[in-house]
Design a protein around this ligand. Sequence first.
Ligand SMILES: [Zn+2]
Length: 460
Amino acid sequence: MSRVQALEKIEEYFQSGGFESDLGQRIAYKTESNLPNCDVALKSYLEENLSPYLQELDFTCTIHPNPRADAGPFLVAYRSEGDDLPTVMTYGHGDVVAGYDDKWDNKMNPWEITKIGNRWYGRGTADNKGQHTINLASLKAVIETRGQLGFNVIVLIEMGEERGSPGLREFCAANKNLFNADVFIASDGPRTAPEMPTIFMGARGVLNFTMRLNSHTGAHHSGNWGGLLTNPGVVMAHALASMIDRNGKILVEGWRNTTLSKSVREAIAKLKVGGGEGSPEINPNWGEPGMTPEERVFGSNTFEVRAFETGNPQFPANAIPSNAVAFGHLRYVVGTQPEELIPMLRLHLDRHGFEDITITSEPDPMYATRLEPNHPWVLWIAKSLTHTAGADIAIVPNLGGSLPNDVFSEVLGLPTIWVPHSYAGCSQHAPNEHILETTSQSALKLMTGLWWDLGESGTP
Ligand SMILES: [Zn+2]
């Protein structure tokens, strides 16, 4: 039996409607983890669908309760072939964001697959049911072709990723013995372009915070009080202007991070951001000076004012507002210490005379992670995917966005490689979420080739 036969088997699975049927059954579960009363759907997805599917493939499945009482369960499934063989950990999430059932084009039902041209619509097609369905079906194709995998697998499926993965860190930290693996390979998020096979090895972190200034109680008539009272909106605008210049350069001492290793810089140099239908135009002069647009989004820290309000913008009054509020966030790369960020901002505001502005930050920031693009596992996976694709692939050191990847890379200490099967225009988290048929078809082959190669000798 050969690699070619495994690739033929997965193509047949796709052509005969197997993929559509497996995915369709999973899309039907309304696993909207952010809505109340979703407990039954979250549990059923694991109990009725994924566990039987994996048990058929000789996996031992256990559904574990979440250490946080209000959050969905975890499925941990094992398939062991031998202690001397490599072990891969893979991951997916079975929960989705709300369906927004009546907001889809052409009255499409988000809980079933609707095919229009190259697009397969349905809630969870891209994020993340389609992606883990591709990876599990590819494992199955290798088992059926070879009779075995040639490696051990640990599958972890969580049901709360869209809520910020409550309990995931605690669960993994308390059960490290369940996740004794050599490498972590999973799929979520977008490729750099629909037809460009992509891997990424981590994500930027993100810290959300709020700045508030209350100058006095109640709004006061500007004719009677203008010139006598502090305007908190003006003061807040100056505070923000002291934090970032008008071209997006960060001015808070310690918040910038421009250190890129040679291999990260070289990997980023091969990437091209932006473009594509409906994308906004990039401002080449925005952000960290001296960096390319790609280095800025993948390799630097970026500060955004997410929202900013003073007075009542809906009904502006001729008055001096009582307060101002700004919601900011910093996305940051590896090497930035998140616990130092708010103290640095405090020091900055105090030094610039903004002692009255209070800062509160959200708990549980997402941490920044990254694996060097020249890590042996990255090179090995890139080689396998390039072999199957017959062309170069995109290697992204870390996503510009954020993922709970530090649980796997830091808590479990695994080299983490993500092979995304979606694309930026997939409308995840919005009505009309979809995957592309051509991308899914290519992803099934890439993953089958990858699992096939993992069972051969010569892994790192
Ligand atoms: Zn999502």
